[in-house]
Design a protein around this ligand. Sequence first.
Ligand code: ADP
Length: 244
Amino acid sequence: MSKSDGAMIEAIGLSKFYGPFAATQDVTFSVPKGQVAAFLGPNGAGKSTTMKLLTGFLAPTSGTAKIGGFDMSTDRLKAAEILGYLPENGPLYLEMTPSSILQFLGEARGMSGSRLRDRLEFVAQKCSLKGVWGKPIGKLSKGFRQRVGMAQALLHDPQILILDEPTSGLDPNQTHDVRELILSLAKTKTILLSTHILTEVKAVCNRVILINDGRIVLDGSVADLEHGGEGMDKRFRELTGSAR
Ligand code: ADP
């Protein structure tokens, strides 16, 4: 049995250089089946880059990304079947409607007939999209665009979710709804979600991975981030270099 048995999301020495600049450097962690892990860090720390490396949207300068045991550099299509990804910038097809883009993406994933109809109904309901189902995405608010992004990530009922700032730009009601959705998904799925909102971590996660300047600086439980009862904010500032 290999050491990584049970690991659903694995970053193994992932580095991404832009010229001499390291957006991520030797990033290593793994998320076991069933865990909801928060990927925390200040803006520019390397969260989105790591998520793009894990989902195969960027090739690493060095290191390996594995999803469900599949190496992203050699088995990306197999990994894609079990992976849902919410990218940082939401859906780009602004002239399409939630209905048309999700139908298109479902067909592109090989779904059809009653299975596709059932999944479209499920994501429309879970992501509260029914009221905007036929409206162009370009006319939707940031909150609704984010929900379309969540819907495409969930459409094929993947076991593994990588969500880049799922509550960014949402108002408090929408944030609450998305957190509830993530909590309900957490019962059956493995999730890595990035955020820089510390209260979000406590609300939905049982594991914390903290990145700063492209390197992992803490990997542990929520209690580890709250170290000594000093509170998450203080510990976050200490570990990310802006403590006063
Ligand atoms: P985060 O998601 O934590 O805010 P990012 O992963 O987006 O951080 O970015 C990490 C660092 O890499 C930042 O300093 C960012 O400016 C830099 N970076 C990201 N993409 C590129 C790129 N295509 N070219 C050069 N630098 C980049």
